[in-house]
Write a protein that binds this ligand. Structure first.
Ligand SMILES: NC(=O)c1ccc[n+]([C@@H]2O[C@H](COP(=O)([O-])OP(=O)(O)OC[C@H]3O[C@@H](n4cnc5c(N)ncnc54)[C@H](O)[C@@H]3O)[C@@H](O)[C@H]2O)c1
Length: 257
């Protein structure tokens, strides 16, 4: 018996990076997995990678920044499996920009994806969870939720808001038997680390400051599966008394200054 046998898990941005690793871990532990993402190409590639679980793994093209898309995602998931037990709000976008040059349109796009996307997904998934007596939501936040990075005010602000959404919904959804928690990754080796064609984790600056000087206590970037494991823990019965928590998964980056 695996931890997620018979459970249905929706993972937004579930076809790449941390999301894909999380999809694979849930599938390996018996879950029906719905990967929801904007890129059909990534979805198709992810389905190929997870072919050994093909009866239980699905991709539904979804833009979480569009409320109607999110409603359809939950409806289609209910048609597929008849339940939603776990939601992982993982979809996000990141780019560098100077605060003074930021356009309102791009600022809104970040909030629509990270904050409003999580709001709509949580709201419609919680209605489905209510019908089966509860569930678990895990929000993939970031160290940027509590620490600010240059040229990232949009992302810092959105992840800070996501942290408060985590606490607020944890409180409000407790009576429905729904636990809401978050993980806050530090530097993780995924496509999101590639900025302007350069993998920031491979630069001399990164190696000197974060690794050489142990600004990351464990002196290395993290790997997607190390975040996935924390997400599965928070979604599982092992975390039955954890509510509204945001777990750093950052190798000790947030304990240094
Ligand atoms: N990689 C890191 O260093 C790091 C650090 C802290 C937090 N995170 C967080 O981890 C999560 C996963 O990021 P990742 O590193 O795996 O990068 P990633 O780019 O592989 O994952 C982001 C996913 O979200 C999807 N997405 C973006 N906008 C969407 C939308 N509107 N609707 C649906 N899907 C959308 C993308 O297509 C992609 O699949 C994000 O929430 C990110 O903020 C990553």
């Amino acid at each position: 018996m695996s931890r997620f046998d018979g459970r249905t898990v929706i993972i937004t941005g579930g076809a790449t990076g941390i999301g894909l690793e999380t999809s694979e871990h849930f599938a390996a532990e018996g879950a029906d997995v719905v990967m929801a993402g904007r890129s059909v190409k990534s979805g198709t590639e992810a389905l190929l990678r997870l072919e050994r679980y093909k009866e239980r793994v699905h991709f539904i093209a979804t833009d979480v920044s569009v409320e109607e898309d999110v409603k359809r995602l939950i409806e289609q998931t209910m048609t597929l499996t008849g339940r939603v037990d776990v939601l992982v709000n993982n979809a996000a976008m990141f780019y560098e920009s100077d605060f003074m040059d930021e356009s309102t349109e791009r600022w809104r796009a970040v909030f629509d994806t990270i904050v409003n996307g999580a709001y709509w997904c949580t709201k419609y998934a919680a209605r489905a969870m209510k019908g089966t007596g509860g569930g678990a939501v895990v929000n993939v936040s970031s160290i940027n939720g509590v620490r600010a990075l240059m040229k990232s005010s949009h992302y810092n602000a959105a992840k800070g808001a996501l942290d408060q959404l985590t606490r607020g919904t944890a409180l409000e959804l407790s009576p429905l038997g729904i636990r809401v928690n978050g993980v806050a990754p530090g530097f993780i080796d995924t496509a999101l680390s590639v900025i302007g064609g350069v993998n920031e984790l491979e630069t001399e600056d990164f190696k000197h400051y974060y690794v050489g000087q142990r600004k990351i206590a464990l002196a290395r970037p993290g790997l997607p599966h190390e975040v996935a494991r924390a997400i599965l823990f928070l979604a599982s019965e092992e975390a039955s008394y954890i509510q509204g928590a945001i777990l750093p998964v950052d190798g000790g980056l947030s304990i240094t200054f």
